[in-house]
Design a binder for this molecule. Structure first.
Ligand code: F6P
Length: 320
């Protein structure tokens, strides 16, 4: 291929810029023209597309957000918008497209593939909920941001002998809660993959206090089917403990990407451009067992994720 496009779509994730940079520079290295598409599928539909060269991505590897901007496009889900997006690729003579995004964005990429577009899907989301890769771009940074918040909250929880519920993102996936919870020494981790047993939660908190712990941290994923404030009320009512809620929200999506995220982004971005250069498309690129893996995009999006029950079990033991 001689001309490729790249877009970021859905929620921004730290490392997206490092990934765009890798696509742009690898594309240029192989003599391809690379076009940056703004605001995800919305920008593709609108034709907000410009050539982007190696120097345009200088000084971006360390930046959070996305220089291409992003959007959750509703127009792309409509027949008219979808067809306009494909027509626009033709107008700009873009032969191959790299989509960096999460579940919804990569499902869009599957639809494009089915319509005959040469696409490569890359995992860009803090949620770590994509089945074809062990880690997604932005996950490690989000975990570290949550971890830093847990460490701060632990200090004040200890000082006031409190229980604090820390509400983290992740949609229907508990990985941010699990990784930040384990590394932050949380007493309890609540994830959407496991039913919440309120009696058990309260029993653990009381036991913890009786064992001499002066504070408790509960890390709760946003996808758990009890709201953090409702959980606070229940625990207070049943145990009499002093409970506070901290909702971390969008601070988890911003910030400079960690080394891990920059590396992952660089690896998959480089591979995507190299595949398109060879004329290979209809794939996802991820990492499994430390290796870069390339999968058929339709099969990749149908793979099953294994919930990390083993890690939740271990966290329970470590909170003893
Ligand atoms: O997918 C990333 C994510 O941050 C989720 O963890 C969260 O549920 C969602 O996006 C929030 O989306 P929005 O930016 O549309 O509020």
């Amino acid at each position: 291929m001689k001309r490729i496009g790249v877009l970021t779509s859905g929620g921004d994730a730290p490392g997206m810029n490092a990934c765009v940079r890798a696509v742009v520079r690898t594309g240029a290295y192989y003599g391809m023209e690379v076009f940056g598409i703004e605001r995800g599928y919305d920008g593709l539909i609108a034709g907000d597309i410009d050539e982007i060269g190696p120097r345009d991505v200088s000084d971006t590897i360390q930046r959070g957000g996305t220089i291409l901007k992003t959007a959750r496009s509703t127009a792309f889900l409509e027949k008219e918008g979808f067809e306009r997006a494909i027509a626009m690729l033709g107008n700009f003579k873009i032969e191959g497209l790299v989509v960096i995004g999460g579940n919804g964005s990569l499902s869009g990429a599957v639809d494009l593939k089915k319509a005959g577009v040469a696409v490569i899907g890359l995992p860009g989301t803090i949620d770590n909920d994509l089945p074809f890769t062990d880690y997604t771009i932005g996950f490690d940074t989000a975990v570290n941001t949550a971890l830093s918040a847990i460490s701060n909250v632990r200090d004040t929880s200890n000082a006031h002998e409190r229980t604090t519920i820390i509400d983290v993102m992740g949609r229907e996936c508990g990985d941010i809660a699990i990784y930040a919870g384990i590394t932050g020494g949380a007493e309890i981790i609540l994830v959407p993959e496991e039913p919440v047993d309120l009696d058990d939660v309260c029993r653990q908190l009381v036991e913890s206090r009786n064992k001499g712990k002066s504070s408790s941290i509960i890390v709760k994923a946003e996808g758990v089917d009890i709201d953090s404030n409702a959980l606070d009320e229940e625990i207070t009512k049943r145990t009499g403990l002093d409970v506070k809620v901290v909702v971390l929200g969008y601070i988890q999506r911003g910030g400079s990407p960690t080394a891990q995220d920059r590396l992952l982004a660089s690896l998959v971005g480089h591979k995507a451009a190299a595949l398109l250069h060879e004329g290979i498309s209809g794939k996802t690129v991820g990492v499994r067992g430390g290796e870069v893996v390339v999968d058929d995009i339709e099969k990749a999006m149908k793979m099953k994720r294994r919930p990390r029950r083993d890690l939740i079990e271990m966290a329970r033991t470590l909170a003893f």
